[in-house]
Design a protein around this ligand. Structure first.
Ligand SMILES: [Mg+2]
Ligand SMILES: [Zn+2]
Length: 225
């Protein structure tokens, strides 16, 4: 016969459950986020690149991200990296590239990326995801939303393929197509219909800034000295 659980242990478990179900009243409110595809959107697409010297920001990307960060958005990179599954590069090589990318955004534009989500898996023979995270699946966006307190309904995914648009929509967010030539197949469906499309980051930032919730503006005014 096993002993009944100690009452103190029970108490602790109860407390844990309660706080999980009812976050404290002063918990930070959910924020809108920009989910950013890396290759062909944030940086020029160099297939399977892990050489930091070949990193080139898309024109206007750094400035646009700085603006959107000032407007209160969380900035989260979400990137399919099937090169890991294919053995084209190692996790350590990719981590080094990511470190340089984040450092350069900070040093050159004052941009702090709030999160990076990577899918290291490959697609199947027909190009479909074999996991829950490879875009067009929404797994990376949903995981990031939990981690960073993101309001998905007030968020945007931007990427250079319709898979990015679809991932945004599947997560319950808006999907913007960044027209840099990355999309070549143009398989259409309602989920893959972009809410907007841009070929320059400044116009994209204008679009999002104009649509950020009124609540955000009110809060910014309330916080102002
Ligand atoms: Mg891309
Ligand atoms: Zn995956």
């Amino acid at each position: 016969m096993s002993l009944p659980p100690h009452p103190v242990a029970l108490q602790k478990l109860d407390d844990g459950d309660r706080s999980a179900a009812h976050p404290p009243a002063d918990a930070a409110p959910l924020r809108p986020a920009l989910f950013i595809d890396k290759d062909g959107t944030l940086v020029e697409n160099v297939p399977y690149n892990v050489d930091p010297l070949l990193l080139r920001f898309m024109p206007g990307a750094g400035k646009a991200l700085a603006r959107l960060q000032r407007a209160g958005m969380a900035l989260i990179i979400v990137s399919n990296q099937s090169g890991l599954a294919r053995g084209m590069f190692t996790p350590a090589q990719f981590a080094r590239l990511q470190q340089v990318l984040l450092h350069r955004l900070q040093a050159e534009f004052g941009v702090t990326i709030d999160g990076v989500e990577i899918c290291p898996h490959g697609p199947d023979d027909e190009g479909r995801p074999t996991c829950l995270c490879r875009k067009p699946a929404p797994g990376m966006l949903i995981r990031a939303a939990h981690r960073h307190g993101v309001d998905l309904a007030r968020s945007w995914m931007v990427g250079d393929t319709l898979d990015d648009v679809e991932a945004g929509h599947r997560a319950g967010s808006q999907g913007i197509l960044f027209d840099s030539g990355g999309e070549t197949v143009w398989r259409r469906s309602p989920l893959r219909e972009p809410d907007a499309r841009f070929s320059h980051w400044a116009a994209l930032a204008d679009h999002i800034e104009a649509r950020l919730g009124g609540r955000l503006v009110e809060r910014a005014l309330a916080d102002a000295p």
